[in-house]
Design a protein around this ligand. Structure first.
Ligand code: MG
Length: 361
């Protein structure tokens, strides 16, 4: 199937990163349910400690919901300057092993160690060394997944979390995917999982029985990706120099929405996702665009460009809410909303014009 040598990819993921940094730096917070983020009415949880997760609190959850699930939840404002410093320390450790580092956020990265600077053969040993160094330098735990492509490395890093690692070999990759529920796939958010379920697709094995044409018809551009990963195949390269012109997220709803208030609420997790990426990359942007796709698949976009880059997630939500209100009353119920930030502050360095879509988990 593939004549190239088998790749060795490691996905490193810090455990409950922002929350762990806060607990590291403030002993009073250790062992307690903690959310990093704003507690205000429109606040969103940016990260939750493991103690908070046992109550069902997770990132991108509205703070109001989080407090309801865990009344003793402690909110701590984020300190992104500190997270960026730690992130830099981690990347310096990665760079001892390979220049092929693709950060996904401040606390997560893919490394291609097929050829590595230490001449080490065994990728699991590289992952062990990296995690030990991260612990020694930062005092924080990391987990790792080791496999022959990005998708499986990413899935593997969750298997023995926290503070663990797992390997998925070419021999057991296809079987691993077959047994995996599709809702756990990286790149399959709740809305996509629900649509797959309607077509009888609940596991990797179910997905594997569908033709490429079927998947492209029902899932558009993602169809080809799904077709590959159902077979344990993912040819995407680890790309160290990804510079983006825009950052966007979108979500298709299980039920179409015709109510402005509900639609406006749906902007919050989208904004949280976009903003999390921007914070991780230390960028912002001046142009906010809202995309509205209606039940008849026609769509509208509304943009506003500010003089200054957007300062925080609340400002992005405010601008997006105003833009959304300009198309209300909706001509049809809304099936999808998208939110994009562009005119990014890194534009002078931009080299390619790709427009990524972050999956909304
Ligand atoms: Mg993490």
């Amino acid at each position: 199937m593939n004549s190239a040598p088998v790749r060795k990819i490691i996905h490193v993921d810090m455990d409950a990163f922002y929350a762990s940094v806060e607990q590291r730096d403030n002993p009073d917070l250790r062992g307690r349910p903690l959310a990093v983020g704003g507690s205000a009415a429109r606040g969103v949880v940016a990260a939750a400690s493991y103690e908070a997760r046992t109550f069902g609190v997770h990132s991108a959850m509205p703070s109001v919901t989080a407090k309801r699930k865990c009344p003793d939840l402690i909110f701590v404002p984020p300190r992104f300057d500190v997270y960026r410093q730690v992130s830099q320390q981690i990347r310096e450790i990665f760079a001892e092993y390979t220049p092929l580092i693709e950060p996904l956020s401040l606390d997560e990265a893919y490394l291609d160690v097929t050829e590595n600077l230490k001449g080490m053969e065994i990728a699991t040993e590289i992952a062990l060394e990296i995690r030990a160094k991260i612990k020694a330098v930062t005092g924080l735990n990391a987990s790792a997944g080791i496999s022959y492509n990005k998708f499986l490395a990413k899935m593997a890093s969750d298997l023995n979390k926290p503070n663990g690692q797992a390997v998925i070999t070419p021999k057991n990759g296809p079987g691993f995917v077959e047994a995996l529920p599709v809702k756990k796939f990286h790149g399959v958010g709740p809305a996509t999982a629900e649509r797959m379920k309607r077509h009888g697709i609940e596991t990797g094995l179910d997905l594997k029985t569908k033709s490429l044409a079927f998947l492209q018809q029902h899932f558009g551009k993602s169809g080809l990706y799904f077709y590959g990963i159902a077979r344990g195949i993912d040819e995407r390269q680890v790309r160290p120099d990804r510079i983006r012109k825009s950052v966007g997220a979108e979500d298709t709803f299980v039920e179409d929405i015709d109510d402005l208030e509900r639609a406006t609420l749906e902007l919050q997790p989208l904004a949280a996702k976009v903003w999390r990426y921007c914070e991780a990359q230390d960028i912002s942007g001046k142009t906010v665009t809202v995309k509205i796709k209606y039940s008849d698949f026609t769509q509208a976009t509304r943009s506003r460009t500010a003089v200054q880059p957007v300062a925080n997630v609340s400002e992005m939500i405010d601008i997006a809410s105003v833009l959304l209100a300009t198309v209300y009353p909706f001509k049809r119920p809304v099936r999808l909303l998208g939110l994009t930030l562009s005119s990014l502050t890194n534009d002078q360095f931009a080299r390619d014009a790709e427009q990524p879509q972050l999956d909304l988990d």
